[in-house]
Design a protein around this ligand. Sequence first.
Ligand SMILES: O=P(O)(O)O[C@@H]1[C@@H](OP(=O)(O)O)[C@H](OP(=O)(O)O)[C@H](O)[C@H](OP(=O)(O)O)[C@H]1OP(=O)(O)O
Ligand SMILES: Nc1ncnc2c1ncn2[C@@H]1O[C@H](COP(=O)(O)OP(=O)(O)OP(=O)(O)O)[C@@H](O)[C@H]1O
Length: 446
Amino acid sequence: MARLRVDATSPVDWLYTAEGGANLVLSYAGDAVPDLQRHALRLRKRKRIAGPQGAIPDQVDVEFGDKVVRPLLGPELCLEAQVVALSSEWLRSVAGSLAARNVRPLKRVEEDDVDVAAGKGVLVEDLISGRGCLSVEIKPKWGFLPSRDHLSPETADVKSAYCRTCMHRALKRAPRITTAKRVGAEPALAVDREEFCPLDLYSRDPARTSRALQQLYASWTSSDGGINNLRFFLDGKLVKPSELPPQFEEKMTSSSEFDGDPASGFASRFTPILLASPVLPRLAALQASLDPLDIEGLAARVRDELGLDLYRPDLAEDEVASTLGGQPTTQEWQAWLERASAPAPPNEQDAPLRDLVLAYLLSATFKDCSIFIRVDSPPFPANIATTLSADDPSAIAGAEIKVIDLDPKPIARMGKYARMDREIVEHWRDSVLAGGAPSRCCGTTA
Ligand SMILES: O=P(O)(O)O[C@@H]1[C@@H](OP(=O)(O)O)[C@H](OP(=O)(O)O)[C@H](O)[C@H](OP(=O)(O)O)[C@H]1OP(=O)(O)O
Ligand SMILES: Nc1ncnc2c1ncn2[C@@H]1O[C@H](COP(=O)(O)OP(=O)(O)OP(=O)(O)O)[C@@H](O)[C@H]1O
């Protein structure tokens, strides 16, 4: 990617795309710098009220993506990223233009804003721009169940039968919660078989993958696009169910397969694309192999070797970070990757604790990323699953698949991970199972 002068552009030429907890993304819509067309700018946000979670510098994010994530996930699934210098005046002007256009969700506006002191942003390929382009973003979450080997007798039955995402959803909807986020005033659920289970999505079984996609679509519709697991972008803009342009459904699927049910039309088009791509099996394999002990087994090692109780309710993030050895540098990540990629890496019993913590953090990154499927000129061929490109066998003709949001997670969060895991499982066992629930998670078989 050639060096591009973003701060020479007019901030009003950057249109709001979307945002997550830590970053806000804009698409270039100007004519002044043609080389910036089809580029997106990812900007760091800062909380209005400073929180405890330490940010990781952008430079580290980009190097981490290039040097650690890319070799593991495969270059064809990753975006190239370039750090660009941005003055605080330019960033302030972007923030002002976003506020004047009132484009950000109110909940996010209340929480945070563009970090005008960041001094930089990250330029990437824009996965939504272009007339006629339809992009689908799926956040698949955790695609595996932990092995019982390192689970305690109190949790082994629950954690080897129900997936973390279904259990976490129930907790987030419970009326009273502590470490997890509240989704709204919805009633606590038992297993809701109408809602998407990642184990279905990742299953590689066409019927189950299709079921997961249909359920995601139904949740997208019933929440008016408010879920973070599925988003659609058409002609460069986020599309909400309540404001569907007439061409959306016809672009998403061919009318013959529609049969009046957009959820099945969507699933029938996108199931073959997902099944033909290595993206889901790769993510699930990385998530599982980098988390061989489960947080419970890892917390036991941390307690035994460092005397730190990750479950302690008053444990400060600074103490977690310093006791575990601080946030890894890019050099340390690279050295870890070399050891982990050796022909016979040490197994989880013999591996040094620090290596296990790094692996867990990387697993957390793969558990929280999103997949973009971009289709430039739909409707695309019905036999898409079999039309693999000769140049790149993992690319499917007519569809481009990329994984985004692959940032390193702060090591300071290890305590939160342990406590949240306990809270999720205890809530499930004591509130949901006690009220009667199926004996297995939606996606699992006995
Ligand atoms: O803990 P989880 O599973 O709720 O994941 C968080 C996500 O919540 P989700 O359950 O997907 O709605 C959460 O997503 P939202 O901001 O709620 O859309 C973030 O992705 C968060 O990571 P970070 O703060 O951006 O580094 C995620 O935190 P990490 O667990 O990845 O640290
Ligand atoms: N390259 C891109 N092209 C188009 N849109 C993008 C791109 N990268 C991100 N987005 C959009 O911006 C949103 C926020 O970006 P990102 O996931 O990087 O933020 P985040 O704060 O790290 O998210 P999270 O809270 O999930 O960790 C994405 O969910 C996606 O909708």
